[in-house]
Write a protein that binds this ligand. Structure first.
Ligand SMILES: Nc1ncnc2c1ncn2[C@@H]1O[C@H](COP(=O)(O)OP(=O)(O)OP(=O)(O)O)[C@@H](O)[C@H]1O
Length: 252
């Protein structure tokens, strides 16, 4: 089956620093894919290459090919803003737009695409908030400030905001590291639901989380992608001794 996303010989540099080295990876549609590895090994750098965020980092350079559903993300003429609409992103810390209501946060991206019809915006807000398992908690406070929500609710709001534009792929950079265990569990449950409508790539420091939520796991070490495979195999029968040392907790 053709993968939804394929990375071919991807190298990423910050000036002279070679942060990601010749990475090949493929992610199938409707899967959760974890990127694991010790701090500073290039996980976030790789993730940010998928939606061209490095275009915004002075001195950063990406080589190789990243192909999303047949389209080379870096091909000349591809509009990075349009590309970022196809690739949702959720960050470590919830970052709702602080001056906006819950409702306005969810539909902000959609409004940028020119949608103004109130009924349509409401329908998308409800669908997205349901998709992010937040609707029941906020349906009576859609017009209150987003900053009044708890941290876990704010992160689900950011997920709803990303879902509103129906991304083909959703990137999550340590999305639960700032949350308590109950909020973390809710977001982990949510990922399993979300893969029915999108494909997820998640950077996580938490190996238990990777084991719980992901279908595939890729192990990164100082810029190299050492090993990629079905999550159960990576954790139970890794082929590379460095992966084995990491997943058994001997370093990292
Ligand atoms: N904007 C930048 N400019 C220069 N070097 C950078 C920049 N961002 C990251 N790096 C370096 O690139 C390497 C990879 O960093 P990256 O953040 O991708 O690692 P990571 O595996 O996601 O780490 P962590 O788990 O701590 O978030 C590190 O050595 C880091 O210091």
């Amino acid at each position: 089956m053709t993968p939804l996303l394929s990375a071919q010989d991807v190298n990423i540099y910050y000036g002279d620093k070679h942060a990601v080295k010749g990475v090949h990876l493929e992610f199938a549609r409707g899967t959760v894919n974890a990127l694991i590895g010790p701090s500073g090994c290039g996980k976030t750098t790789f993730l940010r290459a998928i939606n061209r965020m490095h275009d915004l980092t002075p001195g950063a350079r990406v080589t190789g090919r990243i192909v999303l559903d047949g389209q080379d993300v870096y091909e000349h003429g591809v509009d990075p803003v349009a590309m970022r609409r196809r690739v949702g992103m959720v960050f470590q810390k919830p970052n709702p737009f602080p001056t906006m209501s819950v409702f306005d946060n969810v539909v902000a991206g959609l409004k940028l695409t020119g949608v103004r019809n109130r009924a349509q915006l409401l329908a998308v807000a409800e669908r997205s908030l349901r998709g992010a398992a937040l609707w029941d908690e906020v349906r009576d406070r859609l017009n209150t400030p987003a900053t009044g929500l708890s941290g876990g609710q704010q992160q689900r709001l950011c997920i709803a905001r990303a879902l509103a534009v129906e991304p083909e792929i959703l990137l999550m950079d340590e999305p639960t590291s700032a949350l308590d265990p109950a909020s973390t569990a809710r977001i982990e449950d949510l990922m399993t639901e979300l893969k029915k409508v999108t494909t997820i790539v998640i950077v996580t420091h938490n190996m238990h989380q990777a084991a719980r939520v992901s279908d595939t796991t890729s192990f990164f070490l100082v810029g190299d992608m050492v090993e990629h495979g079905p999550t159960a195999r990576i954790f139970q029968a890794p082929r590379d001794e460095r992966t084995e040392a990491y997943v058994s907790g001997r370093f990292g």
